[in-house]
Ligand binder design. Structure first.
Ligand code: UDX
Length: 493
């Protein structure tokens, strides 16, 4: 650990799950606490030490994304992916195929002994009451460790409140819970009878109906229960204004006090500067305001090869400019080199020659793209970070959720009036209806019709709400800043 913190001031150990969609919001949380701490520190109130805990490759990239002069420290824990049948460099979900996810999740529990050593040494040095673990929802064992070692614990939920409440309720519902015969029938949730979903969405969530014998489901449920039994609170990357209903539901389900401290949005991501980053910005610079569609399925998700073809044809037929971040289709290894045969013949050359589109491999500077005035819409899988980043920059969403929380984030965006779904789900049906449908939905969102105008108006309003929530200035302190203060008071008094 590279921290040399004054004893007794309070020390937060932030421990994200090993995936970009989790590392990024944890880094943003650390930066936010650090900046608020410095603010409060000038009035002499509080000066906290913050240490982000991860494995060595992740620590190295997170370190590069921390601003100079920041007091955020790092601790790396030994991790040997090959001991768990994973590629030796598999320190993040973005570099492993979807099929290897269960092995990867289980492998993260091997971090427990070195993590407990780290916590007990810190507690011995600084005092148990001055140490708090703030860990990812998928690392439920940290709550048990913290409880055994006598230090405090809070969970940080990097997904949305509404989607998490619905998702967790489905994971945890009794296997005997009756199901309709027809997947298109609606079903009330076990914990929230007033929330009704099509049963096909349950299928997209649990992957298999025989959950009792599904090791991944058992693992996830165990992680949730450990948090719900041992943790002292739930910190969520959302705001009271964006998700009042979601916050109520997740508080009820978990039984924990909730702290909505978001949106936490970052400038730079922990990944290296993408090689195609400049190409994207130059392309945007050459296009009119609000004209470009940005297409990405996040850091670890992707669509089937057949769907990639339909999407490509639909984008080309729309005639609208686009930037598309491509990853190997879901049937292939996520780290595999992208092959031209996964796109229609001559597609890339045609759209480049017409200055219609840029196809980027693997990673693009998403936040910079969404912040650019030429970006007019985002075709997204609706990972929660992508949702928040769109709201923050008032970019309407063409949603194509693939699994788990994404399905309910998409629903929420539609309810907020800033999203239109083009396809939904990967497990059971839900595939895009064809390239013509992609073309038509893109036109609905990027065109000049009433729907597009309404969405832009709503997006502008939500942007104001999102930014007001994190305003840290004097009399106008936002709800999320106040929640952060309550959180830190609840931990360190
Ligand atoms: C995962 C889950 O899939 C998602 O459902 C959950 O809500 C969070 O964890 P991920 O799929 O990676 O996340 O999506 P998302 O939450 O949107 O996070 C991706 C992050 O990586 C965003 O901050 C985005 O800005 C960044 N990113 C992604 C890039 O900067 N460039 C890219 O090319 C892709």
């Amino acid at each position: 650990m590279d921290h040399d913190q004054e004893s007794g001031a309070g020390h937060l150990l932030l421990f994200p799950f090993l995936a970009q969609g989790h590392l990024i919001p944890f880094l943003n949380l650390a930066k936010r606490i650090d900046s608020l701490g410095q603010r409060a520190g000038s009035g002499g109130r509080r000066s906290l030490a913050i240490t982000i805990v991860s494995t060595s490759r992740n620590v190295a990239s997170l370190r590069r994304a921390v601003p100079a002069g920041s007091s955020i420290g790092f601790a790396d824990l030994p991790f040997s992916p090959s001991d768990h049948g994973l590629p030796p460099d598999a320190e993040g979900a973005d570099v492993i195929p979807l099929q290897a996810f269960p092995a990867f999740y289980f492998a993260t529990e091997s971090l427990r002994p070195p993590f407990e050593k780290l916590v007990s040494e810190l507690a011995a040095r600084e005092g148990c009451k001055n140490v708090c673990v703030l860990a990812d929802i998928f690392l439920g064992w940290t709550a048990e460790s913290a409880s055994a070692l006598g230090v405090q614990h809070r969970v940080f939920l990097t997904s949305g409140a509404y989607a998490s409440a619905v998702t967790f309720s489905i994971w945890l519902c009794p296997p005997t819970f009756p199901r309709p015969a027809n997947p298109d029938d609606e079903q009330a949730l076990f914990d929230f009878p007033d929330v009704r979903l099509r049963y096909v969405q349950f299928l997209n969530m649990v992957v298999t109906e025989v959950r009792a014998s599904n090791p991944m489901m058992l693992y996830l449920c165990r992680m949730l229960n450990l948090h719900f039994h041992h943790s002292g609170g739930l910190v969520i990357n959302t705001s009271e204004e964006i998700e009042p209903k979601g916050l109520h539901l997740i508080g009820k389900l978990s039984g924990l006090p909730t702290f909505a401290v978001g949106p936490l949005i970052g400038g730079r991501t922990p990944s290296d500067t993408p090689p195609d980053g400049d190409v994207c910005i130059e392309f945007l610079d050459s296009k009119p305001p609000a004209s470009v569609l940005y297409v990405s399925f996040g850091s670890q998700n992707t669509i089937p090869a057949s769907q990639m073809m339909e999407l490509a044809r639909g984008l080309e037929a729309s005639g609208r400019p686009f930037i598309w971040v491509v990853r190997a289709p879901v049937e292939f290894d996520g780290a595999e080199e992208f092959r031209a045969e996964w796109l229609p013949d001559g597609f890339e050359d045609r759209v480049a020659a017409a200055a219609q589109g840029v196809v980027v491999r693997q990673w693009a500077p998403q936040v910079a793209i969404l912040a650019h005035a030429s970006t007019g819409a985002f075709l997204s899988h609706c990972g929660w970070n992508s949702v928040l980043e769109s709201l923050w920059h008032s970019v309407p969403v063409v949603s194509w959720p693939l699994m788990s929380d994404q399905l309910f984030d998409s629903r929420m965006l539609e309810e907020l009036g800033v999203g239109v779904e083009v396809a939904s789900g990967r497990m059971s049906g839900g595939l895009v209806k064809g390239w013509e449908h992609v073309r038509d939905v893109v036109e609905t969102v990027l065109g000049d019709g009433e729907k597009a105008r309404d969405m832009r108006q709503k997006a502008a309003e939500l942007k104001e709400l999102a930014r007001a929530a994190v305003n840290a200035d004097g009399e106008m302190k936002g709800s999320s800043v106040l929640a952060m203060e309550r959180l830190l008071d609840s931990v360190f008094g």
